[in-house]
Structures are given as structure tokens and as C-alpha cells.
Design a protein around this ligand. Structure first.
Ligand SMILES: Nc1ncnc2c1ncn2[C@@H]1O[C@H](COP(=O)(O)OP(=O)(O)OP(=O)(O)O)[C@@H](O)[C@H]1O
Ligand SMILES: [Mg+2]
Length: 340
């Protein structure tokens, strides 16, 4: 499960947030596309999940780990639970395909015997058994991305997060990578992928979360399409005259009520279409926020059973005595069924 509850992110020195009041709940085994124009905040959201960046406000829970309670020493444990894939592959150029994957296991203390058993299985999974002893420089872009996926899957994470994994690939190779991610999803791994590839998003008809200027403006639970400004969703809703086929999240859906102090500049509850870093301050007099908003009081949680606050509250109660302490990871269907 991935849960962001009212998460905002202000990068140091910036007065406008890169992410603002993000509420997102991704269930185990879901496949979710995260889309948005350049600068919308996709990578920032991913960095929150991988703990490369910390939120300025709000709570994050990933795979049962409540980040607020997580001590620094448990970050490697978190990285075992989340696999991450990037657009630029980030492979070690002086190591072979096999060694790149093996290294990912070595650094988290997996035994030599287990590495020997696991690496060939993961390379088989991504269709690269034949290239095990090649160096990344001798591989195509698609093959390099497969190595990167193999490397993140070697630890059998429950969640795989990919930030524009097809950004450097041609359309055909992109499809191969997306199909591989689908296959991994079928094994029970939760997948969150950012992309600019409208064709892939529209054909796969998965859940699509759309970010605009740091806010979620659309969350199409299924049959989602690439719709950066929400206009298609609104048209579809109107022309059907009935319940919308997709769910549109209002620009300011905060599940918690924020009580502003009188001195705090209040962002209007209108779509923050011009509120980002674009240097036209005069044109956006009302949409700016200060980097240090006044203290906030969290009022009662939203009533929906799946709201971030409700889920978080449930989890906290269940785990009252046990914060981020590593536990034995529950058994689930293995990616490598033939592994000894
Ligand atoms: N380290 C940083 N310091 C300050 N501002 C940052 C930093 N990283 C990102 N930003 C800003 O935060 C906003 C969101 O950036 P982010 O990289 O998350 O966008 P994105 O949706 O991933 O864009 P793209 O599709 O181009 O990758 C942008 O305005 C960007 O300039
Ligand atoms: Mg990005």
C-alpha cells in the first residue's frame, strides 16, 4: 500500500510548493500511471516515496512503514521493499549485467549463495539471460532498462516505482518495457509509473492519476486516459449526462480541515493553474503560498473509509506499539517460482 495524506513539499528557498495537499491511496497490486506536464511534481512525488526527499507537511506510509516514525537506520530496509527504476537506468558501467544485479543484493547483505540462485532467475524474468556477461555499454536502451528493472526486482520488492522508465526509448521498446511491468504487476507487485507517453496510458486503461502544478487534478480509477488538464474528463462527464466514467478529484480535496490563522495567506480553492514557479507573479496575486505556513490544526478525518487519514488512523491504532521496526516479511507469491 502507498498512502500520501495531505502531503505538501516546499523545496528549500522556494515559496511555492512543488506538491500541495496530495492525498493518494494506492492499494497493493494496483498498477497506476502518474501523469502531468513537465514540472507538475511527478518526480518530487516519487522522491517522497523513496525517501530521497522529505515532505514539508503530511504523512506518508509505504508498505506498512509510516515514514514519520521511521528511523534513519531503517532506510535500507525501506529500499528493500521498494524497487525504483529511472529514465537514465543508473547502471554501473564497469560491471556486467549479472554483476549489476548481484551488486544490488550484495549491498543489502544477501548471502553469496542466495545471489547465485536469484540473479539468473531475475535475468530470465526480464529476458536477459543471454546477456548476463555483457557490459551496459554493449546493450540497447531497452536492454539497459531491463537490467535496471531486474536490479530492482532482485530484492523482490512489494512495490516497484518507475520514473519515466520509457523516457529514453523508442515506441516499440517502450511497449516492451511496459509489458514487462505489467507482467511484474501480475505477480502481485504494486506498480507506480510516471510517463509522458499518452499512447501507452490510453491503451492500457489502468488507473491514471494526473498532477498539475503540484496538485492532483484527476484520479481515474480504471479505464484512465492521458488528460493533462482534465478537459476530456469534464467533456465525457457532461456528454454522458450520468455518473462520470472517471472520478475527477477537485483541486482542493483536502481530507483534513485546515484551520488557518488570521495572518496566514490563504490559497484560494480554485484550480492553481498559474500558481507555479513561472515567473509571472503579477498575474497570480492570490495563488501564492508562503514556505512556512502558519501552524495547522488537523480537524476530524474525512468520512470515506478509504481516505488517507482514515487508513492512516487505522494503521496507527493497529501498530500502536510497533513503529517502523523491521519484521519478517510476509510470504507472498514468488516472482521466481522455481527458486529453491
Ligand atoms: N531540488 C529541487 N529544488 C528546487 N526545486 C525543485 C527541485 N526539484 C524539482 N524542483 C521543482 O519542483 C517542481 C516539480 O518538479 P518535478 O521534477 O517533480 O516535475 P516533474 O513532473 O517530474 O517534471 P518532468 O516531467 O519534467 O520530469 C518544478 O517546478 C521543479 O522546478
Ligand atoms: Mg520528472
Amino acid at each position: 500500500m502507498i498512502l500520501l495524506d495531505n502531503v505538501s513539499k516546499y523545496y528549500p528557498g522556494y515559496k511555492t510548493p512543488a506538491l500541495e495537499e496530495i492525498n493518494l491511496h494506492i492499494q497493493p497490486k494496483e498498477f497506476v500511471f502518474l501523469v502531468g506536464a513537465s514540472g507538475a511534481g511527478k518526480s518530487t512525488l516519487i522522491k517522497m516515496l523513496t525517501r530521497e526527499e522529505k515532505p514539508s507537511y503530511g504523512d506518508i506510509v509505504v508498505g506498512g512503514i509510516d515514514y514519520k516514525c521511521m528511523k534513519k537506520k531503517y532506510i535500507p530496509y525501506l529500499r528493500r521493499r521498494i524497487g525504483v527504476v529511472f529514465q537514465d537506468f543508473k547502471l554501473l558501467p564497469n560491471r556486467t549485467v549479472y554483476e549489476n544485479v548481484a551488486f544490488a543484493l550484495e549491498i543489502v547483505g544477501v548471502s553469496g549463495a542466495e545471489i547465485k540462485r536469484t540473479v539468473p532467475k531475475v535475468l530470465e524474468l526480464v529476458g536477459l539471460s543471454e546477456k548476463a556477461h555483457e557490459f551496459p555499454g554493449n546493450l540497447s536502451g531497452g536492454e539497459r532498462q531491463r537490467v535496471a528493472i531486474a536490479r530492482s526486482m532482485a530484492r523482490q520488492p512489494k512495490i516497484l516505482i518507475a520514473d519515466e522508465p520509457t523516457g529514453n526509448l523508442d515506441p516499440e521498446t517502450s511497449w516492451e518495457i511496459i509489458r514487462l511491468l505489467e507482467e511484474i504487476n501480475n505477480f502481485g507487485t504494486t506498480i507506480l509509473v510516471t510517463t509522458h507517453d499518452a499512447e501507452v496510458v490510453n491503451q492500457l486503461k489502468k488507473r491514471v492519476v494526473t498532477l498539475s502544478h503540484g496538485r492532483i487534478i484527476g484520479d481515474q480509477k480504471q479505464g484512465g486516459h492521458y488528460d493533462l488538464d482534465g478537459s476530456r474528463t469534464r467533456i465525457a462527464k457532461r456528454s454522458l449526462g450520468g455518473p462520470a466514467p472517471t472520478q475527477v478529484v477537485q483541486p482542493n480535496p483536502a481530507p483534513t480541515q485546515i484551520i488557518q490563522t488570521p495572518t496566514a495567506p490563504v490559497a484560494p480553492s480554485v484550480a492553481p493553474t498559474t500558481a507555479r514557479r513561472v515567473a509571472t507573479p503579477a498575474a497570480q496575486p492570490t495563488a501564492r503560498r508562503v514556505a512556512t505556513p502558519a501552524p495547522r490544526t488537523v480537524a476530524k478525518p474525512a468520512a470515506t473509509s478509504t481516505s488517507g487519514s482514515a487508513v492512516l488512523e487505522q494503521m496507527r491504532r493497529a501498530k500502536a506499539a510497533d513503529t517502523a521496526k523491521p519484521k519478517t516479511v510476509a510470504k507472498r507469491r514468488s516472482l521466481y517460482p522455481n527458486a529453491k
